[in-house]
Design a protein around this ligand. Sequence first.
Ligand SMILES: Cc1ncc(COP(=O)(O)O)c(C=O)c1O
Length: 386
Amino acid sequence: MFEQKRFLMIPGPTPVPESALLTLAKHPLPHRSPEFSEIFMACNAGLKKIAQTEEATPFIYAASGTGGMEAVLANLLNPGEKVLSVVNGVFSKRWADMASGFGAEVKRIEVESGKAVQPEEIEKILNDDLNKEIKLVLVTFSETSTGVGNPLKEITSIVRKHGALIAVDAITGLGAMPLKMDEWGVDVIVSGSQKGFMIPPGLSFVWAGPRALEKHKQSKFPRFYWDWSKSIKALENQTTAFTPNVSFIAALHNTLNLMLNEGVENIWQRHERLKQCTRKSIEAMGLKLFASDEDASAAITSIIPPNNVSVSDLRKKLKNDWEIVVADGQVDLKGKIFRIGHLGFVFDRDVLTALSAVSRVLEDLGHDTGTRWMKVYEETLKAHKS
Ligand SMILES: Cc1ncc(COP(=O)(O)O)c(C=O)c1O
């Protein structure tokens, strides 16, 4: 029975609120109905609020986040066009590889694993691009594989001065860290349902601002399902171009209401608090963090295990003894770090429970965490509670 209380502390899929689970259990709505149109349009309006935009058009795809990333490239680029891509982990590399695979000419800024990109590096390359050949800059807001957040506001202002478009993978960043699409001048955002949006994997969201929609008109990459023009035409009639994932969109309606009731700024604050509580407590247990305080994402914390403890043992014991799932490192970081997700439907109690279990398991595996971390957790919580 205990497995029914499985507790996901990974950066997606994230825990799902009961109201959304109940919505998912209902019979599907017919998609060409006034009832569904109302839900769909409310979701579009909610998505705009979450991304802090009035100008951008949201697109909802039945896809995982990667589908949304592909949709961005398919709608914006022409073969051979130059793209600048920041690569500081598995997911940012995926986007750069995808753009190369599509036939774009991709210049990569390779950043040391566990570090955020320095905006000056982007600035230098864009300043040297005198003929404005770089048409698109790809940035990952929260690089989930390392737990690093890139300084998006500064990057966007640099890209704006050059004139290229900026497209942001905010798949784990959105709903965790401040992102103001219109105010900052971000052209495109991608996210996914199983992250800050608190529903299972299955939907990808893309927001395209006015400059991106202009560029889209001249883009010749082949596309059909992903085509923004088709979706915009359908949107004029308050519907979708193809059969939408109606049950997930109904659940999204539910979680968007929860998010808007909490308030976007309050959501950012909650994630900042969870991040601080996690980081400070983990350090108080005598463990090292993989990303520095300045570079850390608010969605996920990457932790270096003590020398004598294997990540695999730690994860197995957390699962077997406590039904708590944390993530391993990915690719070359597998076994070198473990990652605690604190994204979406996650609150102070959840983080405290996860940290207590981590401490208990580390003790069992021979690392003395002491108890000071509990006081540190308490103090950090108080300091960040508004
Ligand atoms: C930053 C980031 N980008 C892209 C992806 C890929 O999304 P998906 O697995 O939904 O295709 C993920 C998934 O965790 C992610 O965290």
